[in-house]
Design a protein around this ligand. Structure first.
Ligand code: 2P0
Length: 354
């Protein structure tokens, strides 16, 4: 019948991802096209993920969205670009049991309600936008019966937030910068699935759960405009590093993986410092964690732990196996006892990565 009472919905869950070769800097701000390739690991959805429900109903008067229970505006260009791209690929949807049929051409007239939750601190440099936009695009694609594969969806999620394109896959993922001006070849591909290197354990030390001061978007804009080091990094350093990282992942070569991961994190923060005005994402506690890990790795025959820091002070620590992860947590507890002011909490990624 013509009842206006039905609601059709889809819920999806998407983990966040942590870059081991960093994305920092855009060559096109609107399409979100990066100045270099990047590589990430997707976390276990148990610990850091977004859950998004998308609903459609003839009774909805406009598109609306709630993030962690609070209504947010969908008027931003990034949301609008994602919604437009997904709607343009929508297909017929039928729920025979309930007598609901939505034709391809109806999607343009129907409105959406979107509810999204993060199970971790939003915008504290734990890549919340990555999981959020990937989840939104994926859930909408399911709701609207979009036939595109993950890589094609990643190019849509990319227009919501660059790093989001890497969360459409599990395991190790490469975001290929692409060559096309329209961004059609700037998308994510899976390098290895979540089972490939499942010895690795990720431990996140939440140095501060507060929101960061400089958003990634404005930070990288300033960097592109002012840093010569970024140009050197994008042209001369990252292309070789990407190949080395792909090789390290393929061979499960932890020594190379750790060396590349730490070096690239440090170069990303050096590029931030080379920006005018300079951007400081790490704090004294972050620096102390780096020193602890560097000293430990140097005291062993081969590196035990890799560290990487994003646009915030929190440490993402990747241990070579569970035994090392247990030792790592012991050391963190020794240097940062539970009542210390230096850390807000630990998030321990059981088997994680993966
Ligand atoms: C990354 N970051 O590769 C890097 C490392 C932070 C440091 O991607 O403007 O939120 O939405 O494309 O994706 C954070 O940047 O920025 C980020 P937009 P995004 O994970």
């Amino acid at each position: 019948g013509e009842s206006q009472n039905w609601v059709l919905m889809v819920t999806a869950q998407t983990p966040t991802n942590i870059a081991v070769i960093k994305y920092w800097g855009k060559r096109d701000e609107t399409l979100i096209l990066p100045v270099n390739d990047s590589i990430s690991v997707t976390l276990d959805p148990k610990h850091l993920c977004t859950t998004t429900t998308v609903a459609v109903s003839p009774s909805f008067q406009q598109d609306r969205m709630w993030l962690n229970g609070k209504e947010i505006s969908l008027s931003g260009g990034r949301y609008q670009n994602c919604l437009r791209e997904i709607r343009s690929r929508a297909c017929d949807v039928e729920d025979k049991k309930r007598g609901i049929k939505i034709l391809k051409e109806d999607w343009g007239k129907l409105h959406l309600h979107i509810a999204s939750y993060n199970n971790f601190p939003t915008a504290a440099g734990l890549a919340s936008s990555a999981a959020g936009l990937a989840c939104l695009v994926f859930a909408l694609a399911k709701l609207m019966n979009v036939k595109e594969d993950e890589s094609q969806l990643s190019a849509i999620a990319r227009q919501g937030s660059g790093s989001a394109c890497r969360s459409l896959y599990g395991g190790f993922v490469k975001w290929i910068m692409g060559k096309e001006e329209n961004g059609s070849d700037s998308l994510a591909v899976q390098l290895a699935d979540e089972k490939h290197w499942d010895d690795l354990v990720i431990v996140i030390a939440v140095v501060s759960a507060r929101q960061k001061e400089t958003s990634s978007t404005s930070g990288m804009r300033d960097t592109v405009e002012t840093s010569l080091l970024l140009q050197h990094r994008a042209k001369e350093i990252v292309p070789k590093r990407i190949l080395q990282m792909e090789e390290a992942i393929k061979n499960r070569d932890f020594a190379s993986f750790a060396r590349l991961t730490c070096t690239d994190s440090n170069q990303f923060h050096a590029v931030c410092l080379d920006t005018c005005p300079p951007i400081f994402y790490m704090n004294d506690t972050s620096h102390k964690i780096i020193s602890i890990v560097e000293k430990w790795n140097r005291s062993e025959e081969t590196p035990q732990v890799a560290y990487t820091f994003d646009a915030g002070p929190n440490a993402v620590l990747i241990a070579r196996n569970r035994q090392t992860a247990a030792l790592l947590i012991q050391r963190l507890l020794y240097y940062f006892p539970p009542n210390s002011d230096d850390l807000d909490s630990y998030i321990i990624g059981d088997k994680s990565i993966l």
